[in-house]
Design a protein around this ligand. Sequence first.
Ligand SMILES: Cc1cc2nc3c(=O)[nH]c(=O)nc-3n(C[C@H](O)[C@H](O)[C@H](O)COP(=O)(O)OP(=O)(O)OC[C@H]3O[C@@H](n4cnc5c(N)ncnc54)[C@H](O)[C@@H]3O)c2cc1C
Length: 418
Amino acid sequence: MRIIVIGGGVIGLWSAVELARAGAEVTVLDAGPQAGFASPAAAGWVVPALSAPLSGPGVLMHSARQALHREAPFSVAPRLTSALLRWLVGFVRSGSARQYAAGLRAVLDLGAGCVDDFARLQETADLDMRQTGLLMAALTQAGLDEVAQLAEATTAAGYKGGYEVLDGQAARSREPALGTAITGAVHAVDEVQVRPEQVLRALREQLSEAGGRLVIGTASRLGPADSGWRVETNAGTFVADRLLVAAGAWSTELLAVLGVRLPLMAATGYSITTPGTGRAPQLAVKLVEPSIAVTPFADGVRIAARLDLGRPGGPIPERRLAAVLNRTRPYFADWRPGLSSATFAGMRPATPDSLPLIGPIPGHRGLYVATGHGMLGLTLAPGTARYVVPLVLDEVGPAELKPFAPERYLLTGAWRRP
Ligand SMILES: Cc1cc2nc3c(=O)[nH]c(=O)nc-3n(C[C@H](O)[C@H](O)[C@H](O)COP(=O)(O)OP(=O)(O)OC[C@H]3O[C@@H](n4cnc5c(N)ncnc54)[C@H](O)[C@@H]3O)c2cc1C
Protein backbone atom coordinates (compact mmCIF):
# COMPACT_ATOMS: atom_id res chain seq x y z
CA MET A 1 0.00 0.00 0.00
CA ARG A 2 1.29 3.50 -0.93
CA ILE A 3 1.08 6.12 1.78
CA ILE A 4 1.97 9.79 1.67
CA VAL A 5 2.75 11.56 4.92
CA ILE A 6 2.79 15.36 4.70
CA GLY A 7 5.19 16.76 7.31
CA GLY A 8 8.68 15.77 8.36
CA GLY A 9 8.45 16.88 11.97
CA VAL A 10 8.65 14.41 14.83
CA ILE A 11 5.02 13.30 14.39
CA GLY A 12 5.17 12.75 10.62
CA LEU A 13 8.57 11.08 10.71
CA TRP A 14 7.88 8.73 13.62
CA SER A 15 4.57 7.71 12.03
CA ALA A 16 6.25 7.21 8.65
CA VAL A 17 8.94 4.96 10.15
CA GLU A 18 6.35 2.71 11.79
CA LEU A 19 4.20 2.59 8.65
CA ALA A 20 7.24 1.64 6.55
CA ARG A 21 8.24 -1.03 9.06
CA ALA A 22 4.73 -2.43 8.83
CA GLY A 23 5.26 -2.95 5.10
CA ALA A 24 3.79 0.18 3.51
CA GLU A 25 5.46 2.10 0.68
CA VAL A 26 5.89 5.45 2.41
CA THR A 27 6.74 8.88 1.01
CA VAL A 28 7.18 11.79 3.41
CA LEU A 29 6.70 15.19 1.80
CA ASP A 30 8.31 17.97 3.76
CA ALA A 31 8.70 21.65 3.04
CA GLY A 32 12.23 21.62 4.47
CA PRO A 33 13.52 23.81 7.30
CA GLN A 34 11.23 26.79 7.67
CA ALA A 35 10.45 29.43 10.25
CA GLY A 36 8.10 28.08 12.87
CA PHE A 37 9.02 24.38 12.56
CA ALA A 38 8.25 23.18 16.11
CA SER A 39 10.20 19.93 16.51
CA PRO A 40 13.79 21.25 16.48
CA ALA A 41 12.83 24.07 18.85
CA ALA A 42 11.61 21.71 21.57
CA ALA A 43 13.17 21.63 25.01
CA GLY A 44 13.75 17.91 24.50
CA TRP A 45 11.70 16.73 27.45
CA VAL A 46 10.08 13.32 27.27
CA VAL A 47 7.68 13.94 30.07
CA PRO A 48 4.51 11.91 30.56
CA ALA A 49 4.49 13.53 34.03
CA LEU A 50 3.27 16.71 32.29
CA SER A 51 0.30 15.06 30.54
CA ALA A 52 -2.33 17.30 32.17
CA PRO A 53 -4.37 19.41 29.71
CA LEU A 54 -3.84 23.17 29.84
CA SER A 55 -7.54 23.82 30.26
CA GLY A 56 -8.94 22.62 33.56
CA PRO A 57 -10.99 23.65 36.57
CA GLY A 58 -9.90 27.07 37.81
CA VAL A 59 -7.44 27.55 34.95
CA LEU A 60 -9.48 30.27 33.32
CA MET A 61 -9.42 32.52 36.40
CA HIS A 62 -5.77 31.75 36.98
CA SER A 63 -4.94 32.58 33.33
CA ALA A 64 -7.01 35.76 33.44
CA ARG A 65 -5.12 36.91 36.54
CA GLN A 66 -1.78 36.02 34.93
CA ALA A 67 -2.71 37.77 31.68
CA LEU A 68 -2.93 41.06 33.56
CA HIS A 69 0.67 40.66 34.61
CA ARG A 70 3.25 42.27 32.30
CA GLU A 71 5.45 39.18 32.53
CA ALA A 72 2.75 36.56 31.90
CA PRO A 73 4.24 33.44 30.26
CA PHE A 74 1.59 33.50 27.52
CA SER A 75 -0.22 35.95 25.28
CA VAL A 76 -3.13 35.93 22.88
CA ALA A 77 -2.86 37.65 19.49
CA PRO A 78 -4.43 41.12 19.75
CA ARG A 79 -6.44 40.63 16.53
CA LEU A 80 -9.32 38.41 17.51
CA THR A 81 -10.09 36.45 14.32
CA SER A 82 -13.11 34.15 14.17
CA ALA A 83 -10.78 31.10 14.27
CA LEU A 84 -9.08 32.41 17.41
CA LEU A 85 -12.41 33.20 19.02
CA ARG A 86 -13.71 29.70 18.31
CA TRP A 87 -10.49 28.26 19.75
CA LEU A 88 -10.92 30.26 22.94
CA VAL A 89 -14.53 29.16 23.27
CA GLY A 90 -13.40 25.54 22.84
CA PHE A 91 -10.71 26.09 25.49
CA VAL A 92 -13.25 27.37 28.01
CA ARG A 93 -15.69 24.58 27.22
CA SER A 94 -13.11 21.87 27.72
CA GLY A 95 -12.19 23.06 31.21
CA SER A 96 -14.70 21.02 33.22
CA ALA A 97 -13.38 18.65 35.91
CA ARG A 98 -14.75 15.67 33.97
CA GLN A 99 -13.08 16.61 30.68
CA TYR A 100 -9.83 17.48 32.43
CA ALA A 101 -9.70 14.07 34.13
CA ALA A 102 -10.61 12.19 30.95
CA GLY A 103 -8.08 14.19 28.92
CA LEU A 104 -5.31 13.53 31.44
CA ARG A 105 -5.98 9.78 31.36
CA ALA A 106 -6.11 9.69 27.56
CA VAL A 107 -2.81 11.56 27.16
CA LEU A 108 -1.15 9.34 29.77
CA ASP A 109 -2.28 6.30 27.77
CA LEU A 110 -0.95 7.79 24.53
CA GLY A 111 2.41 8.52 26.15
CA ALA A 112 2.68 5.15 27.91
CA GLY A 113 6.02 3.50 27.18
CA CYS A 114 7.50 6.61 25.51
CA VAL A 115 10.65 6.57 27.64
CA ASP A 116 11.31 2.98 26.50
CA ASP A 117 10.60 3.96 22.89
CA PHE A 118 13.23 6.70 23.08
CA ALA A 119 15.66 4.29 24.77
CA ARG A 120 15.17 1.92 21.81
CA LEU A 121 15.82 4.76 19.38
CA GLN A 122 19.01 5.53 21.28
CA GLU A 123 20.24 1.95 20.83
CA THR A 124 20.55 2.47 17.08
CA ALA A 125 21.22 6.20 16.85
CA ASP A 126 23.61 8.85 18.07
CA LEU A 127 21.28 10.39 20.66
CA ASP A 128 22.24 12.55 23.63
CA MET A 129 19.62 11.10 25.98
CA ARG A 130 19.79 11.83 29.71
CA GLN A 131 17.80 9.99 32.32
CA THR A 132 18.06 12.52 35.12
CA GLY A 133 14.37 13.25 35.61
CA LEU A 134 12.69 16.64 35.57
CA LEU A 135 13.16 19.05 38.47
CA MET A 136 10.27 21.49 38.84
CA ALA A 137 11.74 24.31 40.92
CA ALA A 138 9.56 26.94 42.56
CA LEU A 139 10.40 30.29 44.11
CA THR A 140 7.16 30.47 46.05
CA GLN A 141 5.22 28.11 48.30
CA ALA A 142 2.20 28.58 46.02
CA GLY A 143 4.28 27.46 43.04
CA LEU A 144 5.55 24.42 44.92
CA ASP A 145 2.03 23.49 46.03
CA GLU A 146 0.81 23.79 42.44
CA VAL A 147 3.36 21.31 41.07
CA ALA A 148 2.97 18.96 44.04
CA GLN A 149 -0.81 18.87 43.42
CA LEU A 150 -0.23 18.28 39.72
CA ALA A 151 2.04 15.36 40.58
CA GLU A 152 -0.63 13.89 42.85
CA ALA A 153 -3.40 14.28 40.27
CA THR A 154 -1.24 12.76 37.53
CA THR A 155 -0.36 9.79 39.71
CA ALA A 156 -4.02 9.29 40.64
CA ALA A 157 -4.82 9.24 36.91
CA GLY A 158 -2.38 6.39 36.33
CA TYR A 159 1.08 7.92 35.88
CA LYS A 160 3.59 5.26 36.89
CA GLY A 161 6.74 7.37 37.37
CA GLY A 162 8.11 8.44 40.75
CA TYR A 163 8.06 11.89 42.38
CA GLU A 164 9.95 13.42 45.25
CA VAL A 165 8.96 16.69 46.91
CA LEU A 166 12.11 18.54 48.05
CA ASP A 167 12.65 21.59 50.23
CA GLY A 168 14.97 24.35 48.99
CA GLN A 169 18.12 22.83 50.44
CA ALA A 170 17.39 19.35 49.08
CA ALA A 171 16.58 20.86 45.68
CA ARG A 172 19.93 22.68 45.68
CA SER A 173 21.86 19.56 46.58
CA ARG A 174 20.19 17.80 43.67
CA GLU A 175 20.93 20.71 41.30
CA PRO A 176 23.73 22.85 42.72
CA ALA A 177 23.22 25.56 40.06
CA LEU A 178 19.96 26.55 41.78
CA GLY A 179 20.08 29.65 43.96
CA THR A 180 19.06 30.28 47.55
CA ALA A 181 15.74 31.85 46.50
CA ILE A 182 14.30 28.41 45.66
CA THR A 183 11.55 27.38 48.11
CA GLY A 184 11.45 23.80 46.92
CA ALA A 185 11.04 21.48 43.97
CA VAL A 186 9.24 18.40 42.78
CA HIS A 187 11.56 15.92 41.10
CA ALA A 188 9.83 13.63 38.60
CA VAL A 189 12.66 11.14 38.67
CA ASP A 190 11.77 8.92 35.71
CA GLU A 191 11.57 11.56 32.97
CA VAL A 192 14.25 11.86 30.27
CA GLN A 193 15.64 14.47 27.88
CA VAL A 194 16.82 14.13 24.31
CA ARG A 195 18.26 16.51 21.75
CA PRO A 196 15.33 17.04 19.35
CA GLU A 197 17.50 17.73 16.29
CA GLN A 198 19.23 14.36 16.85
CA VAL A 199 15.84 12.63 17.15
CA LEU A 200 14.80 14.04 13.78
CA ARG A 201 18.07 12.93 12.19
CA ALA A 202 17.72 9.43 13.66
CA LEU A 203 14.14 9.14 12.38
CA ARG A 204 15.15 10.24 8.88
CA GLU A 205 17.82 7.53 8.87
CA GLN A 206 15.40 4.91 10.14
CA LEU A 207 12.86 5.88 7.50
CA SER A 208 15.40 5.26 4.79
CA GLU A 209 16.48 1.95 6.39
CA ALA A 210 12.84 0.83 6.49
CA GLY A 211 12.50 1.53 2.75
CA GLY A 212 10.64 4.85 3.00
CA ARG A 213 11.70 8.09 1.32
CA LEU A 214 11.72 11.75 2.24
CA VAL A 215 11.06 14.25 -0.53
CA ILE A 216 11.64 17.95 0.00
CA GLY A 217 8.60 19.62 -1.48
CA THR A 218 5.89 21.94 -0.24
CA ALA A 219 2.39 20.56 -0.65
CA SER A 220 0.03 23.16 -2.06
CA ARG A 221 -3.09 21.19 -3.00
CA LEU A 222 -4.46 17.82 -2.09
CA GLY A 223 -7.46 16.03 -3.43
CA PRO A 224 -8.93 12.64 -4.24
CA ALA A 225 -7.44 10.73 -7.16
CA ASP A 226 -8.77 7.60 -8.91
CA SER A 227 -7.17 5.17 -6.55
CA GLY A 228 -6.72 7.31 -3.47
CA TRP A 229 -5.12 10.74 -2.98
CA ARG A 230 -3.12 13.22 -5.00
CA VAL A 231 -0.78 15.84 -3.57
CA GLU A 232 0.62 18.68 -5.65
CA THR A 233 3.94 20.11 -4.52
CA ASN A 234 6.67 22.31 -5.94
CA ALA A 235 8.62 19.07 -6.48
CA GLY A 236 5.92 17.42 -8.58
CA THR A 237 2.64 15.59 -8.05
CA PHE A 238 2.45 12.50 -5.85
CA VAL A 239 -0.29 9.90 -5.60
CA ALA A 240 -0.96 7.29 -2.96
CA ASP A 241 -3.69 5.02 -1.63
CA ARG A 242 -3.85 6.84 1.72
CA LEU A 243 -2.78 10.25 2.95
CA LEU A 244 -1.70 11.27 6.44
CA VAL A 245 -1.51 15.00 7.14
CA ALA A 246 1.03 15.59 9.91
CA ALA A 247 2.12 19.10 9.00
CA GLY A 248 1.94 20.59 12.49
CA ALA A 249 0.49 24.09 12.68
CA TRP A 250 0.30 24.19 8.86
CA SER A 251 -2.16 21.28 8.75
CA THR A 252 -5.08 23.71 9.02
CA GLU A 253 -4.35 25.54 5.79
CA LEU A 254 -3.60 22.30 3.92
CA LEU A 255 -6.94 20.77 4.85
CA ALA A 256 -8.85 24.00 4.30
CA VAL A 257 -8.47 23.30 0.57
CA LEU A 258 -10.92 20.42 1.11
CA GLY A 259 -13.27 22.54 3.19
CA VAL A 260 -12.10 20.89 6.42
CA ARG A 261 -11.49 23.24 9.32
CA LEU A 262 -9.24 21.90 12.06
CA PRO A 263 -9.54 23.42 15.53
CA LEU A 264 -5.87 24.24 15.59
CA MET A 265 -3.96 27.41 16.45
CA ALA A 266 -0.23 28.06 16.44
CA ALA A 267 1.02 28.45 20.00
CA THR A 268 4.43 29.94 19.44
CA GLY A 269 7.28 29.29 21.84
CA TYR A 270 10.85 30.55 21.92
CA SER A 271 13.89 28.34 21.99
CA ILE A 272 17.30 29.74 22.89
CA THR A 273 20.42 27.56 23.20
CA THR A 274 23.26 29.28 25.00
CA PRO A 275 26.17 28.26 27.23
CA GLY A 276 25.71 31.34 29.41
CA THR A 277 28.15 32.26 32.14
CA GLY A 278 28.56 30.87 35.65
CA ARG A 279 27.63 27.45 36.95
CA ALA A 280 25.19 25.95 34.44
CA PRO A 281 22.49 23.46 35.46
CA GLN A 282 23.13 19.76 34.87
CA LEU A 283 19.50 18.62 35.20
CA ALA A 284 16.43 19.55 33.20
CA VAL A 285 14.67 22.18 35.28
CA LYS A 286 11.19 23.64 34.94
CA LEU A 287 11.08 27.15 36.40
CA VAL A 288 7.59 26.90 37.79
CA GLU A 289 6.34 30.47 38.07
CA PRO A 290 7.31 31.75 34.59
CA SER A 291 6.83 28.26 33.09
CA ILE A 292 10.28 28.18 31.48
CA ALA A 293 12.01 24.95 30.44
CA VAL A 294 15.77 24.71 30.94
CA THR A 295 17.63 21.73 29.45
CA PRO A 296 21.38 21.15 29.50
CA PHE A 297 22.82 19.76 26.27
CA ALA A 298 26.44 19.00 25.35
CA ASP A 299 26.98 22.40 23.64
CA GLY A 300 24.86 24.68 25.80
CA VAL A 301 21.67 25.02 27.77
CA ARG A 302 18.34 25.30 25.97
CA ILE A 303 15.72 27.66 27.33
CA ALA A 304 12.21 27.14 25.99
CA ALA A 305 9.54 29.58 26.99
CA ARG A 306 6.26 31.33 26.25
CA LEU A 307 3.05 30.36 24.60
CA ASP A 308 1.91 33.08 22.21
CA LEU A 309 -1.41 31.96 20.85
CA GLY A 310 -2.30 32.85 17.28
CA ARG A 311 1.03 34.52 16.54
CA PRO A 312 3.24 33.38 13.66
CA GLY A 313 6.63 31.85 14.34
CA GLY A 314 8.73 34.64 12.75
CA PRO A 315 11.61 36.61 14.27
CA ILE A 316 11.36 37.16 18.01
CA PRO A 317 11.52 40.76 19.27
CA GLU A 318 14.71 41.19 21.27
CA ARG A 319 12.92 42.76 24.23
CA ARG A 320 10.80 39.61 24.59
CA LEU A 321 13.89 37.43 24.55
CA ALA A 322 15.58 39.63 27.13
CA ALA A 323 12.46 39.39 29.33
CA VAL A 324 12.58 35.58 29.19
CA LEU A 325 16.28 35.48 30.06
CA ASN A 326 15.71 37.91 32.94
CA ARG A 327 13.05 35.68 34.41
CA THR A 328 15.52 32.80 34.75
CA ARG A 329 17.82 34.87 37.01
CA PRO A 330 16.20 34.41 40.42
CA TYR A 331 16.31 30.62 40.06
CA PHE A 332 20.07 30.22 39.65
CA ALA A 333 23.01 31.05 41.90
CA ASP A 334 25.19 32.64 39.25
CA TRP A 335 24.27 31.07 35.89
CA ARG A 336 23.31 33.82 33.45
CA PRO A 337 22.12 32.85 29.98
CA GLY A 338 22.98 35.27 27.16
CA LEU A 339 21.38 36.09 23.83
CA SER A 340 22.41 33.55 21.23
CA SER A 341 22.27 33.02 17.48
CA ALA A 342 20.71 29.59 18.17
CA THR A 343 17.32 31.21 18.78
CA PHE A 344 14.12 30.08 17.12
CA ALA A 345 10.39 30.50 17.38
CA GLY A 346 8.51 27.23 17.02
CA MET A 347 4.77 26.97 16.41
CA ARG A 348 3.21 24.27 18.57
CA PRO A 349 0.07 22.94 16.90
CA ALA A 350 -2.42 23.52 19.72
CA THR A 351 -6.01 22.33 20.11
CA PRO A 352 -8.52 23.94 22.50
CA ASP A 353 -8.70 20.85 24.75
CA SER A 354 -4.92 20.13 24.61
CA LEU A 355 -5.59 16.71 23.08
CA PRO A 356 -4.04 15.83 19.72
CA LEU A 357 -6.13 15.21 16.61
CA ILE A 358 -5.42 11.67 15.42
CA GLY A 359 -7.87 9.91 13.19
CA PRO A 360 -9.75 9.83 9.91
CA ILE A 361 -11.21 13.01 8.46
CA PRO A 362 -14.95 12.35 8.27
CA GLY A 363 -16.32 12.30 4.76
CA HIS A 364 -12.90 11.78 3.10
CA ARG A 365 -12.08 8.10 2.89
CA GLY A 366 -8.34 7.38 3.06
CA LEU A 367 -7.48 10.78 4.56
CA TYR A 368 -6.06 10.93 8.08
CA VAL A 369 -4.60 13.54 10.37
CA ALA A 370 -2.04 13.36 13.17
CA THR A 371 -1.34 16.74 14.69
CA GLY A 372 -2.31 19.06 17.54
CA HIS A 373 0.21 17.69 20.04
CA GLY A 374 0.76 21.13 21.55
CA MET A 375 3.38 21.15 24.30
CA LEU A 376 3.96 17.38 24.13
CA GLY A 377 4.74 16.40 20.55
CA LEU A 378 8.08 14.84 21.33
CA THR A 379 6.68 12.88 24.25
CA LEU A 380 3.65 11.64 22.33
CA ALA A 381 5.29 10.91 18.96
CA PRO A 382 6.03 7.19 19.57
CA GLY A 383 2.52 6.51 20.91
CA THR A 384 0.95 8.39 18.02
CA ALA A 385 2.97 6.37 15.52
CA ARG A 386 2.01 3.11 17.21
CA TYR A 387 -1.72 3.81 16.78
CA VAL A 388 -1.41 5.42 13.34
CA VAL A 389 -0.30 2.07 11.87
CA PRO A 390 -3.59 0.12 12.31
CA LEU A 391 -5.56 3.29 11.71
CA VAL A 392 -4.07 4.01 8.29
CA LEU A 393 -3.17 0.50 7.11
CA ASP A 394 -6.24 -1.40 8.28
CA GLU A 395 -8.74 1.46 8.76
CA VAL A 396 -9.10 0.28 12.35
CA GLY A 397 -9.20 3.02 14.93
CA PRO A 398 -7.93 1.49 18.19
CA ALA A 399 -10.08 2.33 21.24
CA GLU A 400 -7.15 4.35 22.64
CA LEU A 401 -7.58 6.84 19.79
CA LYS A 402 -11.21 7.64 20.49
CA PRO A 403 -10.49 10.70 22.68
CA PHE A 404 -8.34 12.11 19.87
CA ALA A 405 -10.84 11.70 17.00
CA PRO A 406 -11.02 14.96 14.98
CA GLU A 407 -14.78 14.57 14.83
CA ARG A 408 -15.11 15.39 18.54
CA TYR A 409 -15.25 19.03 17.52
CA LEU A 410 -17.87 18.37 14.90
CA LEU A 411 -20.03 16.76 17.57
CA THR A 412 -19.73 19.47 20.23
CA GLY A 413 -20.63 22.20 17.78
CA ALA A 414 -17.67 24.30 18.99
CA TRP A 415 -16.14 23.75 15.59
CA ARG A 416 -18.09 22.83 12.51
CA ARG A 417 -17.05 21.98 9.04
CA PRO A 418 -18.36 24.58 6.61
C1 LIG B 1 9.70 26.13 22.33
C2 LIG B 1 9.07 24.75 22.31
C3 LIG B 1 9.46 23.80 23.26
C4 LIG B 1 8.88 22.52 23.24
N1 LIG B 1 9.34 21.58 24.12
C5 LIG B 1 8.82 20.32 24.09
C6 LIG B 1 9.33 19.31 24.95
O1 LIG B 1 10.29 19.53 25.70
N2 LIG B 1 8.75 18.08 24.92
C7 LIG B 1 7.70 17.79 24.10
O2 LIG B 1 7.19 16.68 24.16
N3 LIG B 1 7.22 18.73 23.23
C8 LIG B 1 7.76 19.97 23.21
N4 LIG B 1 7.30 20.93 22.35
C9 LIG B 1 6.18 20.60 21.46
C10 LIG B 1 6.68 19.84 20.23
O3 LIG B 1 7.84 20.45 19.75
C11 LIG B 1 5.58 19.84 19.16
O4 LIG B 1 4.38 19.37 19.69
C12 LIG B 1 5.99 18.93 18.02
O5 LIG B 1 7.28 19.27 17.56
C13 LIG B 1 5.00 19.00 16.88
O6 LIG B 1 5.52 18.18 15.87
P1 LIG B 1 4.86 18.12 14.44
O7 LIG B 1 5.60 17.12 13.67
O8 LIG B 1 3.38 17.96 14.60
O9 LIG B 1 5.04 19.61 13.84
P2 LIG B 1 6.34 20.32 13.31
O10 LIG B 1 7.53 19.93 14.07
O11 LIG B 1 6.05 21.79 13.23
O12 LIG B 1 6.51 19.73 11.85
C14 LIG B 1 5.64 20.05 10.80
C15 LIG B 1 6.37 19.76 9.50
O13 LIG B 1 5.46 19.91 8.43
C16 LIG B 1 6.13 20.56 7.37
N5 LIG B 1 5.17 21.23 6.51
C17 LIG B 1 4.36 22.26 6.83
N6 LIG B 1 3.61 22.61 5.77
C18 LIG B 1 3.95 21.77 4.76
C19 LIG B 1 3.53 21.64 3.42
N7 LIG B 1 2.60 22.45 2.89
N8 LIG B 1 4.11 20.68 2.66
C20 LIG B 1 5.06 19.87 3.16
N9 LIG B 1 5.49 19.96 4.46
C21 LIG B 1 4.94 20.89 5.23
C22 LIG B 1 7.06 21.54 8.08
O14 LIG B 1 8.13 21.94 7.24
C23 LIG B 1 7.54 20.70 9.25
O15 LIG B 1 8.67 19.95 8.88
C24 LIG B 1 7.88 22.20 22.30
C25 LIG B 1 7.51 23.16 21.34
C26 LIG B 1 8.10 24.40 21.33
C27 LIG B 1 7.73 25.40 20.26
